[in-house]
Design a protein around this ligand. Structure first.
Ligand code: OXD
Ligand code: MN
Length: 586
């Protein structure tokens, strides 16, 4: 129960619509969680994993048709359609309410309605924001408890008079034909039905901390971004903070937890966040970043002690796994994990593993785990003021076109660089995998308003401060003619991070090109890495013919947003095209 009249009235009104058997206010305590887990194990919602090798770890198998975000069923419902932009599916608020409320009618009969007060961001930070999620899924409660700061303290924050985002969620009947994820930014309200999957159901994450928060950030002068945050400590003990935006399942978690190669003696990466960053201009004109989340909801397949040792050191205990495979002795298993595929494996759907059914773990199988368990967790991760950023990195998964790394020439060009991100699609959303699509700032699925207004908002920071981070673009995924990755990636990405830090300090050399500055061959630290000069040259190459086509495509994409596109971006298109033309003529 609550002293906040607005919250009490909303819970009462929701209960009248959904008709739950009982209402449970989540306090976030250990005792509450243990009881919930016990009930879920009894009901088969959670399966206890091997408690000797994986203490306090559980497996959840979702409905096979409910394994990823559903972008085609995700709507931004603003009074004015243009406010949502062509980057979002739109529905008029009244129609949306009517449609989804009809699906909510009586949907919690016989179920418990959980009321989860939560805080996104560190306790005691002025940048943190509250929310309340109502859900009928105990699995959502257990995940939210890891991903956000839930319970009594968050409720106290709300009762102190702070505003909160309302999120209504029911798994409904899990029928994809009766599934919607709807956002009403003008009402600070989210309504989700028909899915229990993370991004559709853990409403503090994508729905609140990105779609609603990006809308609030625009009106209030800050940025809510799909970015990891890390601190890079050099051998003298100096730490440089960097945020990086890559599309879903493109390695944000791996980069956030990177372990430098042995030759980088004395360098250390500290993890602050792996998915979402809220950036606020500080009094010094720098951008200060907080991670609104408290946990990681990461992709399991491909994670191993080679690709991400810190992650493997995080997920061995107190972890909820979703849609991984299980070994005969109850240990989680996925494609790419260290242990070879064992006999008698059970696949993600609970069937004896048969290669004819596809991979043993779903390609979007996940782990949910507290960030504080990560061996590289930064002592600044809960700093109320956040950490000051020296660099922002954009990136995508491109087998061609984009070089390993380049630096934008200034803020305006950096905003263009972010707006022009493209990437091959992954299993994090339903739909075909491997298609190149434009994914500006890695926010295509998450920007809660018109992209053109979003780019103008980004550009406006350039007028407000001269102390902004430098902007870079990276691509770990370039392939050679035989389709093989040319860059080793993972820990070796440290080499690129080091160049970025040195550029921020005004030390490393670069070659200026129309699309940005690329490293001189000798300014990338390649010690201990066996790559030929030809491969490195190919990784850094910018082909003026291919880039002329690329810029034409970017311009076409930007143009599709019409007159609202900021002049700053079109200025960059014109500049790059004319410089490329000069280069081709030379
Ligand atoms: C995620 C995503 O779950 O981006 O983080 O899909
Ligand atoms: Mn994400």
């Amino acid at each position: 129960m609550t002293k906040n009249a607005q919250l009490a009235a909303w819970v009462e009104q929701s209960a009248a619509l959904m008709k739950p058997e009982r209402i449970h206010w989540v306090d976030g305590s250990e005792a509450e969680n243990s009881q919930l887990v016990e009930e879920m194990v009894r009901a088969g919602t959670l399966i206890q994993l091997n408690q000797t090798t994986h203490p306090n770890c559980y497996l959840h198998r979702s409905a096979p048709n409910d394994v990823a975000r559903v972008e085609h069923l995700t709507f931004v419902c603003t009074r004015d359609q243009d406010a949502a932009g062509s980057n979002n599916h739109w529905m008029a608020p009244a129609d949306a309410h009517e449609k989804i409320d009809a699906l909510y009618a009586g949907c919690m009969r016989g179920r418990t309605m959980y009321v989860i007060p939560y805080l996104m961001g560190p306790y005691d930070s002025l940048y943190s924001r509250a929310g309340v999620e109502i859900t009928d899924s105990p699995y959502v409660v257990a995940n939210m408890r890891i991903m956000a700061r839930v319970g009594t303290r968050a409720l106290t924050h709300i009762e102190a008079g702070n505003s909160f985002v309302r999120g209504l969620h029911s798994v409904g009947d899990l029928d994809p034909d009766r599934r919607f994820i709807m956002h009403f930014p003008e009402e600070l309200l989210i309504k989700s039905v028909g899915s229990g999957y993370g991004g559709n159901a853990l409403l503090g994450k994508k729905c609140h901390a990105l779609r609603i928060a990006s809308w609030q950030a625009r009106t209030e002068g800050w940025l809510a971004e799909h970015m990891l945050i890390l601190g890079l400590e050099d051998p003298t003990g100096k730490t440089t903070y960097v945020a990086a935006a890559f599309p879903s399942a493109c390695g944000k978690t791996n980069l956030a937890m990177l372990v430098p190669p042995a030759v980088f003696n004395g360098w250390k990466v500290w993890t602050i966040g792996d998915d979402i960053a809220w950036l606020h201009p500080g009094p010094d004109g720098r951008l200060w970043a907080i991670n609104p989340e408290a946990g990681f909801f990461g992709v399991a397949p491909g994670t191993s002690s080679k690709t991400n040792p810190n992650c493997m050191g995080t997920v061995g205990r107190n972890t909820i796994y979703t849609n991984v495979a299980v070994t005969a002795d109850g240990q989680p298993w996925w494609e790419g994990i260290d242990q070879p595929q064992p006999e008698n494996l059970t696949d993600w759907q609970g069937r004896p593993y048969d290669p004819a059914n596809g991979p043993a773990a779903h390609p979007n199988a996940r782990f949910t785990v507290a960030a504080a368990q990560c061996p590289s967790y930064s002592d600044q991760a809960n700093a109320p003021q956040g950490v000051p950023l020296s660099a922002i990195i954009f990136g995508g998964r491109r087998s061609t076109v984009a070089p390993l790394v380049y630096e934008a020439l200034n803020w305006e060009h950096g905003v263009f660089t972010g707006a022009s991100v493209a990437s091959e699609t992954t299993a994090a959303a339903t739909g075909k995998v491997g298609l190149v699509r434009r994914d500006p700032m890695a926010m295509k699925p998450f920007c809660g308003y018109n992209f053109a207004d979003y780019w103008a908002h980004w550009a406006s920071f350039g007028e407000r401060s001269t102390n902004l981070p430098k902007i870079f673009h990276v691509n770990w995924f370039r392939k050679d003619g035989a389709g093989r990755f040319m860059w080793p990636g993972y820990g070796d990405n440290m080499r690129v991070l080091k160049w970025i830090v040195e550029r921020c300090e005004g030390r490393a050399d670069a070659l200026k090109t129309p699309i940005g500055s690329v490293p001189h061959f000798d300014s990338l630290d390649m010690g201990g890495l066996d790559l030929t000069r030809a491969t490195i040259d190919a990784l850094l190459a910018i082909d003026p013919e291919i880039w002329t086509q690329e810029v034409d495509e970017i311009a076409k994409y930007l143009d599709s947003f019409g007159e609202r596109v900021p002049a700053a971006l079109m200025r960059q298109v014109a500049r790059i095209k004319s410089e490329l033309a000069n280069q081709r003529a030379a």
